[in-house]
Design a protein around this ligand. Structure first.
Ligand code: XIL
Length: 371
């Protein structure tokens, strides 16, 4: 059963669809179909480019599928591998990969690569699992519970993904908001990576982190915490291969050029790879015309990617939305713009035309050194 609520997104889709029909949108995916796509540009540098996908959108929108095939060499299920999706009920017979498998089929049919997202996170955990975890009396029982989930998912999909986001957003403001940290301490991270490695030895294992890119004191504190965490994990021999930089950027902030560069330098020094995993730009607080807003968004993307791609251990990037038409920012009213305009977090607009952000990504790949 589909447990995530798509109502906000569906609603938005319907609205845009209706407007689109009224103004008779062109059928072509974009205005310059012969121009080289983003993954093709990335490949020239030994890198990759991709985006998140979801089953409702893949099913409903052939233009989205075409846009993915034009610009992407890799995709990641937006929600379909999260705990609440793969095991909505406590009985292990409830394990259900139907939605994720739909994406796997799309990937196979089109010769794409796939990322696995995400095995352990404080979010996306079904209520039954949170309750069960909360009731656990011993650390051994809690560890077994977590390990079983990771093993179940990784075994079911062994060999299908090139990367697993093993632990998502471990460094946060309120450490106690994670049931895993609460019950198991930091050892939950060690366990998750070890079980992932044992069950899918061929996959690159990623620690995926948000909010470490911008010039902002909170993000500055997360950068420090992230480095300290990575150091401890590596010292304990935890099999972390790469750091995912989520890159949910905000166009009313600047990229912390110096601090982000030194974060990546430290990660490189530790021998880890880097992937930009969820690139998008929230422009909910930006005023100005659409062109001005898009220009500001493109600038933060350019600043972020120019730094990221200058490091040869940075393997590639994925957008969390390819088009403004679908975005997690449309799901949450507190992310909506006060002026009633839609957020424009994507590389393509709602009509699948390229925006300034698409050009920023293209030129960052063009400027990247060959791996
Ligand atoms: C988001 C999805 O886009 C939404 O559809 C869902 O309601 C909540 O999760 N960081 C992550 C992603 O690692 O899994 C999140 O995805 C966005 C933030």
């Amino acid at each position: 059963m589909d447990t995530l609520d798509y109502s906000g997104r569906r609603c938005f889709l319907k609205t845009v669809g209706a407007v689109g029909a009224a103004v008779a949108l062109p059928n072509s995916v974009d205005a310059a179909p012969d121009e080289i796509g983003l993954h093709a540009r990335a490949l020239k540098k030994g890198m990759f480019f991709g985006c998140s996908v979801s089953v409702p959108v893949l099913r409903a929108d052939p233009r989205f599928r075409a846009a993915v095939l034009k610009d992407c060499g890799i995709v990641v299920p937006e929600n379909e591998l999260k705990w609440s999706r793969v095991q909505p009920a406590p009985d292990r017979s409830a394990l259900n990969f139907t939605f994720a498998d739909y994406i796997y089929k799309f990937v196979q049919q089109n010769g794409l690569q796939l990322r696995g997202h995400t095995l352990v996170w404080s979010s996306g955990v079904p209520a039954w699992a949170q309750r069960q975890m909360g009731d656990m009396k011993s650390a051994t029982a809690a560890a077994g519970f977590l390990q079983m989930h990771v093993a179940d998912v990784v075994r079911a999909w062994r060999g299908r993904v090139v990367h697993w986001d093993v632990v998502n957003e471990p460094v946060a403001e309120d450490a106690k908001s994670s049931i895993w940290l609460d019950k198991l301490g930091e050892a939950y991270i060690d366990m998750a990576f070890q079980v992932a490695r044992e069950n899918d030895p061929g996959a690159l294992l990623v620690l995926n982190q948000n909010l470490v890119e911008m010039d902002d004191s909170y993000q500055g504190s997360l950068r420090k915490k992230l480095l300290l965490l990575l150091e401890r994990l590596l010292k304990r021999g935890v099999p972390v291969d790469a750091v995912g930089i989520e890159a949910h950027l905000s166009s009313d902030l600047k990229v912390a050029v110096k601090e982000y560069t030194s974060l990546l330098r430290e990660i490189e020094r530790m021998g880890l790879k880097v992937i930009v995993t969820e690139l998008d730009v929230w422009d909910g607080r930006m005023s100005g015309s659409v062109a001005e807003r898009d220009k500001a968004a493109a600038q933060v993307v350019k600043d972020l990617l120019d730094i990221s791609f200058s490091f040869k251990n940075c393997l590639g990037a994925l957008a969390w939305t390819l088009t403004d038409l679908y975005s997690w920012y449309h799901e949450t009213p507190k992310k909506w713009r006060q002026d009633g305009e839609i957020n424009r977090p994507g590389l393509l607009d709602s009509n699948y035309s390229r925006k300034a952000m698409w050009n920023a990504v293209a030129s960052a790949f063009d400027a990247a050194p060959v791996r």
